[in-house]
Ligand binder design. Structure first.
Ligand SMILES: [Fe+2]
Ligand SMILES: [Fe+2]
Length: 257
């Protein structure tokens, strides 16, 4: 039997020196999401548990820059961690394959293989939630350290949108991807039009990232929305953070297996 709880405890205690956007709450959400995707793709309980572990470890090495590929480094580090738990080498290979390929689409070999990528890119990089998370990330990312706020935010949103279009996701998840992309593109549009609510949200979370003044989840909970749209963004984000969106999302997925 896999020591899932022990690994989770280890991750929580040990992988602390991390970015605000890549802390235990991100690891845990990707773990839950990866396991959910494996279930949708027809994987059994054991494969769901492997995806959960892969999600917990997928950003075990995560520098504050986009210029380094952290996926391979995370896979290497995870291999050492999992060996320490006495896990079978074939199982380690499967988990590390999912971790090593979580940064871009490849020819997927199994539900487990694609699960971390799908959870990380669809659930954590889209939706209303990403408006908050991405602004914190730009604030804490070394690549934008000496660049002005608005230009950095605009540039990073545009870079990510160009990198992960609809074509970067499998056919069966196009409905979910489209639904998740809508609020991302909408927020980007509000920013482009310099709408005060969007700029003030972006500025607040960018500063959290720069100053590392509080944990990102706490900042989202403490955030006082400025108007109806900001209120909507926060409400949808909290629903995701509390695990309340999976039923709605399941109905958007069409996977045959
Ligand atoms: Fe990552
Ligand atoms: Fe991640």
């Amino acid at each position: 039997m896999l020591p899932k709880n022990e690994i989770e405890g280890f991750v929580k205690e040990t992988l602390r020196d991390c970015l605000l956007t890549h802390d235990f709450s991100h690891f845990k959400r990707v773990a839950v999401g990866a396991s959910w995707f494996v279930g949708l793709l027809g994987g059994d309980k054991e494969e769901q548990d492997l995806a959960y572990i892969a999600g917990l470890l997928h950003d075990s090495v995560r520098p504050d820059t986009e210029k380094v590929d952290h996926a391979e480094a995370s896979a290497d580090k995870s291999r050492g961690i999992l060996e320490g738990f006495g896990i079978d080498s074939n199982v380690i290979n499967m988990i590390c394959q999912a971790i090593g390929d979580h940064r871009k689409p490849v020819a997927w070999e199994s539900p487990l293989h694609q699960s971390v990528y799908l959870a990380d890119k669809i659930l954590e990089q889209m939706g209303h939630y990403v408006a908050f998370r991405r602004c914190v990330y730009v604030g804490e990312c070394r690549d934008y350290r000496n660049k002005p706020f608005e230009e950095s935010i605009e540039r990073h949103f545009a870079y990510r949108t160009a990198k992960f279009g609809m074509g970067a996701f499998p056919q069966g998840f196009q409905g979910l991807t489209k639904k998740m992309m809508e609020p991302l593109l909408e927020f980007q549009d509000h920013l482009k039009r310099r709408e005060p609510w969007a700029l003030s949200l972006a500025r607040f979370f960018f500063d959290i990232g720069r100053e590392k003044s509080m944990l990102m989840d706490d900042a989202i909970r403490a955030f006082r929305p400025d108007g109806e749209l900001a209120k909507k963004w926060k409400k949808e984000t909290l629903a995701y953070m509390e695990g309340g969106k999976f039923r709605e999302w399941s109905e958007l997925v069409q996977v045959c297996f």
